[in-house]
Ligand binder design. Structure first.
Ligand SMILES: C[S@@+](CC[C@H](N)C(=O)[O-])C[C@H]1O[C@@H](n2cnc3c(N)ncnc32)[C@H](O)[C@@H]1O
Length: 196
């Protein structure tokens, strides 16, 4: 899986973003997302945690989807808006600045692809809305689901709550009869859940 076909200016922004906190997603996670976009040609994409819009711009480069994003940080939201203008995607984008926990319940309609990449400690809280908003046959891709590794004993005590939260999230995805979920070791681990 590769990132070929993306504008060099976007690839350069991705490299720069990797050097700061909360960077954009891992190369292999993006490559997987792009393969989903190419194969499935989603009509509507939702991203929780848009950051500077780099993954959004990459997905919009390889498919004709309309995109909805949610980002809490006003500086990143402004940067994302700049990037959507720079790469000429503004007319396909709706970007909400605010808390995903408040905005998700207000969203309507169906999405073919949801990329959950906001605060990991809120994944469980967001799940019912992701489920509601996902079209049948659509894909929920949750990033960083093995963020603290796979062995609970190896997790430092002060990170245990987050580790337990992620473990519970993985279990809910796996046990939910509405989803068919597979896990991959890309980046910090991704869950790919198809809504039956
Ligand atoms: C890992 S970054 C997202 C990277 C982005 N998806 C990408 O691949 O380029 C996580 C983002 O979630 C945002 N975030 C944190 N809490 C949030 C919340 N409650 N609602 C919406 N966004 C939030 C952060 O500001 C940060 O930009």
């Amino acid at each position: 899986m590769e990132l070929n076909g993306l504008p060099p200016a976007l690839l350069a922004l991705r490299e720069a973003a990797k050097t700061v906190r909360d960077p954009t997603c891992a190369d292999e996670t993006l490559a997987y997302l792009l393969s989903l976009c190419r194969e499935r040609s989603p009509a509507r994409i939702l991203e929780i945690g848009t950051a500077e819009g780099l993954t959004a711009c990459a997905m919009l480069t390889v498919c004709g989807a309309r995109y909805t994003g949610i980002e809490l940080d006003p500086v990143r939201t402004a940067k994302a808006r700049e990037n959507f203008i720079r790469f000429a995607f503004s007319d396909r984008v709706t970007l909400f600045e605010g808390d995903a926990g408040e905005i998700l319940p207000l969203l309507q309609g169906e999405y073919d692809l949801i990329f959950a990449d906001g605060p990991k400690v809120q994944y469980l809280r967001y799940l019912p809305d992701c489920k509601r908003l996902l079209k049948r046959g659509g894909v929920l891709l949750s990033d960083d689901v093995f963020f603290l590794g796979k062995e609970m004993e190896a997790v430092p005590k002060k990170r245990r709550m987050l580790a337990l939260h992620l473990a519970e999230y993985r279990q809910q995805l796996q046990n939910d009869p509405v989803f068919e979920t597979k896990f991959y070791d890309y980046g910090e681990g991704i869950a790919v859940s198809i809504k039956r």
